[in-house]
Every structure is written in C-alpha cells, then in structure tokens.
Write a protein that binds this ligand. Structure first.
Ligand SMILES: Nc1ncnc2c1ncn2[C@@H]1O[C@H](COP(=O)(O)OP(=O)(O)O)[C@@H](O)[C@H]1O
Ligand SMILES: [Mg+2]
Length: 342
C-alpha cells in the first residue's frame, strides 16, 4: 500500500544519510530544465568611503545568469569585479555598503536578508572560490576537517559521515590519496592543490551558482590549466552555473558562454563569447580582445610541441576564439574539452 505521505524524491547527488536543516530562504534545489533565470542583478551600486567623495566601486551593474550558464566577468584591476561579486553574496563589509539595486536568486531577494539567512545561502546555494587559497583556508585546521565543517554547516550528519564526505569531496577534485591528505594542513599543500581544496569546499553541497574570483591568479600556466579542468569537471557534475571573475579574456574564451565587461564600476558590454571576439563594440572590449589574441599564440604553440611554431601560428591564430567556442559546445554536450595534457 502506498505511503500516504511519501518523502519527496531527493535530487540526484543528495546524500541519503543527511537532510539539510530548514533553509532560512526557501530556495528550491531541484533539477530544472536548462535556461531558467537563476540570478538577477538590477541596478547594483556599491560604495566605499573615500578621502572626500565616496568611491563608487560598482555604479552600473545589471546581470542575469541562467541555470548552468558560465558567465565571465572581466575588467582591469580596480574596475569593481570583486566588489560586485561579493555584493552578490551579501559579503560587502562595512564601511563598504550596497547603496542601490536588487539581487535575486531564483526570485528570492538576497540583499534584504540577515547575515544568518545569507549564511544559509552561501556554501549551500552559492559557492565561492577566491584567488588565494592560503588566505581562505584556516592555517591551523587540517584540510579534511575544514571540508567536513562545511559539510556539517549545511547538513545534519554525524562526524564520521562528514569526514567520509570530505574524503569524497577531495577525491572529486583530484587530490591524490585523499584518505591520507585529509590530515594535511594547508601549508603542506602546493598552491594548486590548496586551490583545489577551495573547489571541494565550494562544491560540496552542489551549489546552483559558483562564484570564482580570479581563482587562477598566482598559479603557473600548467597548474592553472589543471585547476580549470578540475573546476570544469565539478561544474559539470554539480550542474552549477558559474560567474568567473578574471582580468583574462583568454580564459573566458576557453571556459565561458557569455561575458560581461566591467570598466570603472560599470558593465560596459555583455554578449556571448563568440560575439565579444568577432564584434566587440566597446573600445575597451576591443583592447581586451587584442590582448587575449596576442597572448593566445605563444601559449598554444607551447601546448602543441609537436607542431613547428610557424605552422602552429598560422593554424591557430585566426581560429582561436572559434575553436574555444567549439570546445565549449563539446563540453556542454558532455564531451571532454580537447586539451593537451601536460
Ligand atoms: N575594502 C575596501 N575599502 C575601500 N575601497 C575599496 C575596498 N575594496 C575595494 N575598494 C575600491 O573599490 C574599487 C573596486 O575594487 P575591486 O572591486 O577590488 O576591483 P577589481 O576586483 O576589479 O580589481 C577600487 O577603486 C578599490 O580601490
Ligand atoms: Mg578583484
């Protein structure tokens, strides 16, 4: 006989052993058809007090991110990218303040929420990956415990279960021998491995949105490529949307569907990646596209050592953005991104 009150089927990936505590904001976390609006930002403005006039770090910022969409936010240092990214998560700290605008996650306003309510969203619905793992991780706590603490912050599970999930989370980001590595302290890890721990922490609850703020800064090119592949695998596995903050349009070409360009606190242009490369409209975007193309050539030549450099240049230069877009289509279709393994 049917149970009169059947438990709802948990979404894929939900651990059977734990149910999350009642969320302070009722954001449904169910599988949905692709393309629904996930995050809506309207008229966001953020200020910091200055010497005289306030610093208007974010002045014109309107952005929509759909489910599973990978959006790049690019712009030079000081253009307001990090401030905007923090504001999306309610993380602008006084004396900085949001002076205008709305941020909605699946229609639910975030900016009017209390810190406690926002903590329920961060780490569970929205995961954050910052650029400096060593600053983000607690130097005195073993990495396994740091992951397990995040598990327990949003799921009612016992310590053993949390530790087991921490091992799995570290395995999922390619940390070798995770059963042993859980006992490591952050300083015992390489920069690339520490950065992977941040991915593990940010994705352990299958967030709907990941915000990655310059996550590859400070990593060398090979480690950066490995990091981005790992991030991409976790994004696929969790079905998350991503806001990828970077000053490097080349990375955006490889990994994003759409891009918003920020200059002096304003989003001056946004478009799909192909359009940004083929028909950039703002002068600053054109400059960024030029820089990305210039850097792309030696980088690709280095990756494909089997090809003589003159041929590589001829073959690669004009196609780079189209190829990147193609690689993304392959990835979206569930295929692997073609990439020369180091
Ligand atoms: N905590 C802060 N206090 C005062 N000003 C800040 C603070 N954080 C950022 N700013 C200022 O806000 C502007 C945008 O900075 P930021 O968001 O860090 O830009 P980006 O991430 O694009 O480099 C800059 O002028 C910066 O000096
Ligand atoms: Mg920044």
């Amino acid at each position: 006989m049917a149970d009169p009150t059947p438990a709802p089927t948990p979404p894929e990936g939900t651990p059977p052993e734990g149910t999350p505590p009642d969320p302070p904001i009722a954001v449904p976390h169910t599988a949905r058809p692709p393309g629904e609006v996930l995050l809506e930002v309207d008229g966001l403005q953020v200020e910091y007090p200055g010497e005289g006039d306030p610093i208007r770090a974010v002045r014109t910022f309107d952005l929509v991110i759909r489910e599973r969409e990978l959006v790049g936010l690019v712009g030079e240092s000081g253009s307001g990218k990090s401030t905007a990214a923090l504001a999306l998560m309610g993380l602008v700290r006084p004396p900085g303040r949001v002076t205008a605008g709305h941020v909605r996650l699946r229609g639910q306003d975030l900016l009017g929420r209390s810190d406690a309510q926002l903590r329920g969203v961060r780490g569970r619905e929205i995961g954050l990956i910052t650029q400096d793992a060593r600053a983000a991780l607690n130097p005195l706590v073993r990495i396994g415990d740091q992951v397990a603490n995040v598990v327990r912050a949003h799921a009612r599970v016992d310590g053993t279960t949390a530790r087991r999930r921490a091992v799995e989370a570290l395995r999922a980001v390619g940390i070798p021998d995770p059963e042993r590595r859980v006992r490591a302290y952050p300083h015992e890890l390489s920069g690339g491995m520490a950065q992977r721990v941040l991915i593990a922490i940010a994705t352990v609850h299958d967030p709907v949105l990941l915000i990655a703020d310059e996550p590859t800064t400070g990593l060398d090119v090979t480690v950066q490529a490995q990091f981005l592949d790992t991030l991409q695998r976790r994004v696929q596995a969790t079905d998350a949307a991503v806001l990828f903050v970077t000053h490097d349009l080349g990375i955006v070409a490889q990994y994003c569907d759409r891009v918003a360009v920020m200059l002096q606190g304003e989003i001056v242009e946004q478009a799909d990646v192909r359009t940004i490369f083929s028909a950039p409209s703002h002068p600053y975007t054109r400059e960024l596209v030029g820089l990305a193309r210039d850097r792309d050539v030696p980088e690709r030549r280095r990756r494909d050592r089997s090809m003589p450099s003159s041929q590589a240049e001829v073959a690669e230069t004009p196609r780079s953005s189209a190829e990147a877009a193609e690689a993304r289509s392959t990835r979206r279709a569930g295929g692997r991104l073609a990439r020369t393994e180091p």
